[in-house]
Write a protein that binds this ligand. Structure first.
Ligand code: HEM
Length: 646
């Protein structure tokens, strides 16, 4: 639009053609009519040009001489000749078109005389020139159709021809039901050769250790599908890819080096000892020497508190507030998903092959729809999620700004917490590249801090709770672990140096990670068509890496695969199975969990402190219901009877 005047605000273009269409953006008066928004007006240029009232009785005749005195004298009604439209949006190319037409005509006239062939049929018809807007709508409609129907059908055919089986594709809620009933039963006997539907994407199950290894070793080819859905809960490195991921990973890595973690061990100890003190107070306030407590919320609080302390050190108070807000936000968001398992009937170990737990489909579908519209519907929960997210963001920004200002003033910033190490590593990266924007932006740092809570607290509390449950179910291992802790630490507080000597505790934690991996499955999608084993995987197929199933496979772990036997790790992880890379609770390859050492140190300190202070057994009210939403959690908590030992 290069006219001297802007088009009238109340009329907007709908399309251009031999006729022109307009639609008012608000109710307007037009002559005697009131035209509300939503009514389209077809401006019939053709009819106008043939109108005898305007052009005379010979309106339909070819009489160029009517223009002999110029356009303005050709009719008595001005603006009746609008082949190029009129007003501010008059055709910008009218002169171009006239020049071109004149040159072409002049050359033809110079070279030829011409007459109509007898075969000529006079049949002018109008081909609508699509406006970009119109074209875009059609393109989008076709894309949508392709996405929802043609592509899934093509992928399905492609997969079936190669062997894998699954339910036929049924768009919309049909495929959701498929997802619900299959994914969550973690299902069927022939896992690896089957797929389920997740929306229009087929998800192929993979539980072969070699294939899983191959997938995880090629993070550029096998990336996280739908990172946007993950970002609803957290941002940061977990959902980054390519160069940005590599940059963040390099900057964050130093924060998780062992010598840094060693410095964080005392802070972890403080959080653990605070929790133990609270539990002791509960026991001593009861009339007996024991007390029934649901240990799950205590462990959730513990791992959040540990991140608050280790991430923000001196700003621990603000860190705790951040944790509360983060948890509130995650809970509100998960409320929208409302997913849950029905208990599996009190089995001793979760059985990933024959798991009969089911999601209530209606709750799932309702939750899924709600999350889809989460950003658009101003529901009470949505508004609360947004307000919480804003508060969280400004708190984090406040802490980071304070630290950055201190750095600018040349003050020594605390470099023994995750945030300090992150900022230090970031500023090193800026210096190395001689560019103050080479590292992460403040927004990036904020996202990474939020991710520490998300990735680090639910996972570690999951490990701790299942460890306690299994130690209740196998009291002989509880006794052995306690004896070891007492041998190593005696009456002193557990410290970093002693953790390496906790062989039995380590074996127990590993066996729990095998049977109850906090992240029982991870998903990838290929960025291009690739060979994977005997299969060709086109882009658009998702791959579900069934860590839980892999950890329970009798062919890998033996016939006692489902039993709790920490002794299988007595010679270390590499000797626990014949097939290497079959134990991957922290994933593997370049994107292996950055916090695995952190998690193990935290779990050992916490467990050592609990074992020193209490003996524990399951309460009769305990219901064994491992439920996997994002991490494996006890759906009905973990009520236990704690007896004080000190
Ligand atoms: C028992 C505890 C934990 C388990 C079982 C666990 C498991 C995992 C797994 C399976 C992944 C890979 C996810 C994927 O690629 O889709 C992962 C990634 C990650 N974990 Fe952990 N995690 C634990 C604790 C932690 C802790 C304590 C932190 C930090 C404080 C942490 C931070 C991360 C981060 C940042 C990533 C993303 C790494 C990347 O993409 O490069 N995790 N974790």
């Amino acid at each position: 639009m290069t006219g001297d005047h802007d088009p009238p605000r109340s009329i907007k273009v709908v399309s251009t053609a031999p006729f022109i269409v307009r639609g008012p953006t608000e109710t307007v008066k037009l002559g005697n009519l009131t035209i509300p928004k939503g009514v389209h007006l077809t401006l019939l240029i053709g009819l106008l040009h043939y109108d005898p009232k305007i052009w005379g009785e010979d309106a339909k005749e070819f009489k160029p001489q009517r223009f002999s005195e110029g356009v303005s004298n050709a009719t008595n009604i001005q603006s009746s000749f609008v082949p190029f439209s009129s007003g501010p949006r008059v055709c910008i190319g009218q002169n171009f078109a006239m020049i071109e037409a004149k040159i072409a005509l002049a050359m033809i006239l110079k070279s030829f005389s011409f007459e109509l062939s007898p075969s000529y049929l006079h049949a002018p018809f109008s081909v609508v020139t699509l406006t970009p807007q119109f074209a875009a709508s059609i393109t989008w409609a076709l894309k949508l159709l392709n996405w929802l129907w043609f592509k899934p059908r093509k992928l399905e055919k492609f997969l079936r021809e190669q062997g894998p089986n699954g339910n036929p594709y049924r768009p919309f809620l049909g495929v959701l039901e498929d997802f619900v009933s299959h994914e969550n039963r973690i299902t069927t006997t022939n896992q690896t050769n089957s797929f389920i539907w997740f929306g229009p994407w087929p998800r192929l199950n993979v539980a072969d250790p070699e294939l899983i290894k191959e997938i995880l070793n090629k993070p550029d080819v096998f990336q996280k599908p739908l990172p946007e859905t993950g970002k609803i809960l957290a941002g940061g490195i977990l959902f980054l890819e390519g160069e940005k991921w590599a940059k963040h990973r390099k900057i964050i890595n130093p924060a998780f080096h062992l010598e840094k973690l060693k410095n964080m061990a005392p802070a972890i100890g403080v959080s653990c000892s605070n929790m133990v003190e609270k539990l002791k107070a509960m026991v001593s306030s009861s009339n007996e020497d024991w007390c029934e407590i649901d240990i799950w919320p205590y462990l959730e609080d513990l791992t959040g508190d540990v991140i608050s302390r280790t991430a923000f050190g001196s700003n621990h108070e603000e860190g705790s507030k951040i944790f509360q807000l983060q948890r509130e936000k995650a809970k509100l968001t998960l409320q929208l998903l409302q997913l849950s398992f029905i208990p599996d009937g009190g089995q001793n170990t979760i059985n990933f092959v024959n798991e009969s737990a089911l999601f209530p489909k209606s709750a799932f579908i309702k939750g899924f729809i709600m999350i889809l519209f989460r950003r658009y519907l101003p529901t009470k929960t949505n508004r609360k999620v947004k307000a919480t997210a804003n508060e969280l963001h400004s708190l984090l920004r406040g802490i980071i700004d304070k630290r950055l200002k201190a750095m600018e003033r040349g003050e020594a910033i605390p470099a023994d917490d995750l945030l300090g190490i992150l900022l230090e590593s970031n500023s090193k990266s800026n210096q190395e590249h001689g560019n103050k924007n080479a590292g992460m932006s403040i927004e990036d740092v904020i996202e990474e801090c939020k991710l520490f809570y998300f990735a680090g607290s639910e996972t570690t509390s999951s490990l701790l709770v299942w460890t306690m449950v299994l130690l209740c179910q196998h009291p002989e291992w509880q006794t052995q672990a306690r004896e070891e802790v007492m041998r190593v630490f005696g009456n002193s507080e557990p410290c970093f140096e002693g953790l390496n000597q906790l062989k039995t505790v380590t074996m127990i934690l590993q066996e729990v990670l095998r049977l109850y991996p906090p992240t029982p499955l991870i998903v990838r999608g290929s960025t291009e068509t690739v060979k994977l084993g005997n299969l060709t995987i086109p882009r658009g197929v998702h791959l579900t890496l069934l860590i839980g199933l892999l950890h329970n496979d009798p062919e890998i772990w033996g016939n006692d695969a489902k039993d709790f036997k920490p002794q299988r790790f007595s010679e270390g992880v590499s000797n626990a199975t014949k097939i290497q890379s079959s134990f991957i609770p922290f994933s593997s390859g370049p994107r292996i969990c950055i916090g695995q050492n952190f998690a193990m140190i935290e779990a050992k300190i916490a467990l050592a402190m609990i074992l020193k202070s209490f003996s524990f057994e399951l309460s009769p009210s305990y219901l064994h219901a491992p439920s996997s939403m994002l991490t494996l959690q006890p759906q009905f908590g973990a009520p236990m009877i704690l007896r004080s030992l000190e």
